[in-house]
Every structure is written in C-alpha cells, then in structure tokens.
Design a protein around this ligand. Structure first.
Ligand code: DX5
Ligand code: ZN
Length: 245
C-alpha cells in the first residue's frame, strides 16, 4: 500500500564530504536523504508583545531559545548539496520558528519540509500553504512527549500535511536509543490514515525496524545504524525488506 522510503540521516555522515556521502547513500539504495536542520532563533530584541509572549513560552517549554541544544546545517548547505544530487531531500526542521525558513529552504532545493507541531500550534495552516507554494512537501513532526492527537487536525485540514514524523528519541542528536512505546502513536496514525506517509526517526536499525514496520511506519530514518555499519547497503535493504513485509 504505502511504499517504503529509506532515508539515511546525513547527520551521521561526514559533513566535510557531504556530496560524496549523499551519492554513496543513493547508490546503495536510499530513497530519500534525511537532513536535520537545527538552528537558533534570530537574535532580534523583542519587537512585539507576541514575540515576548512566545519567547517566554519557549523558554518555559524548550529550556532556552533553541528547539534543540545542537546546531547542524541550514539552507546554504542544502543549496550546495542540491547542485550535486537530484535526490529527495527530506528536511526535518528542529527550529522554534519554521515560518522563517520556508522561503529559503524552498529556494535552496529542499524537497520535504517537516516542521514540529509543538511550535506551530497557531499558524500551521498558513505554514502548510507556504510550504506548498514554495514547492515543497509539507510534513509535521512530534516529539516523544507530544500526544498523537495533536497532529490529527493537520492531517485532516483543508490543506493537509502529507507526512507525519513520529520522533522515537528526543530530537537533537543521532545515536540515541529507540523508544518502543512511541509505536502506539504510529499504530493509531496507521489505523486512521491507511495511505499516509508515516516516518519514524531516532534509533532505527536492524534491531528496532520490526517494531516500527509492524506498527505501520513506512518512511524510515536511520543515521548511526547505516553510517556505522561495515556494509551500509545491507542495512538499507534490510530496512526496506522489513517495511515491505
Ligand atoms: C535527531 C534527528 C535524527 C537523527 C537520527 O534529532 O532528528 O534524524 O539523525 O539518528 P539515529 O538514527 O542515529 O538515531
Ligand atoms: Zn531527523
């Protein structure tokens, strides 16, 4: 029904050789390349009541002004990589203000634009519209602590998202342990939406893929298990076989 998409997470690649790493993954059978975008908020001073309010809200919820305590890449890197590959660039935005990055990510050549529901409670409809008109496929991600019900309106909206990314670790870093209890969310989504792209991200590899595939995930992000394997191509095909079963 829903086709498998195996998406090596380039966060585990050698960033200094990104073009070659991307080509290597595509040659080994990757369907998508997962790009983790983690950036900081712009350092502008509070310029409105709303900004002040959202800063306070963010600092309560996200321990500081950043969505995750890490920095990775942004649109300039996507733009450079795009010149070397025609692969689907599955961009996962771990930022507090995704709206700020839609235009630049679209221009840079991103294929998918997945934002977090935790930071898009009020403006998701406008965000999804903008992502589409910038030529990208909209997706919504949820952190482990976020109830799955929060994404239902985004899947059922007039301009719906086309993918739900269920985080199976706390966002921020590769190489963490898979959280099997997140599979309840995947199962609930698959039951409601038989044809939806459901992505899992964090700790996926040969020992955890069965649980994810059985629950109904079809888009599989895998960083350390692919890049750390002696034969990454074997891991990619094993992941695909599990989803196809
Ligand atoms: C974590 C990122 C993931 C990460 C996954 O915040 O969203 O994409 O790279 O890495 P592994 O597969 O090593 O858990
Ligand atoms: Zn990710």
């Amino acid at each position: 029904v829903v086709s498998p998409k195996i998406a090596p997470s380039m966060l585990s690649s050698d960033f200094a050789n990104l073009a070659a790493e991307a080509k290597r993954m595509v040659d080994l059978g990757a369907d998508w390349l997962h790009m983790d975008i983690m950036v900081t908020l712009k350092s502008e001073i509070f310029n409105s009541y709303f900004t002040l309010y959202s800063r306070l809200y963010n600092s309560l919820c996200y321990s500081g002004r950043h969505f995750v305590p890490n920095l990775t890449i942004g649109a300039p890197v996507i733009e450079s990589l795009r010149k070397h590959t025609s692969a689907y660039l599955d961009c996962h935005l771990m930022v507090t203000n995704p709206m700020d990055y839609v235009e630049q990510m679209g221009k840079a050549g991103a294929s998918g634009f997945t934002f977090h529901v935790e930071v898009a409670k009020e403006n998701w409809q406008e965000l999804v519209r903008k992502v589409k008109s910038a030529g990208m496929r909209p997706g919504v991600a949820l952190k482990p602590g976020t109830p799955v019900e929060e994404v239902y309106p985004l899947v059922e909206g007039a301009t719906p998202v086309e993918m739900v990314l269920v985080m199976t670790v706390e966002p921020g870093f590769g190489g963490q342990k898979f959280m099997p209890n997140m599979m309840d969310k995947v199962r609930a989504l698959r039951q409601k939406y038989p044809t939806l792209d459901i992505e899992v991200d964090g700790g996926l590899g040969p020992s955890t893929i069965e649980a994810a595939a059985e629950a109904g995930a079809n888009c599989i992000v895998a960083g350390s298990s692919v890049f750390g394997a002696p034969e990454p191509g074997k891991v990619i095909s094993l992941l695909r076989t599990s989803v196809e079963k």
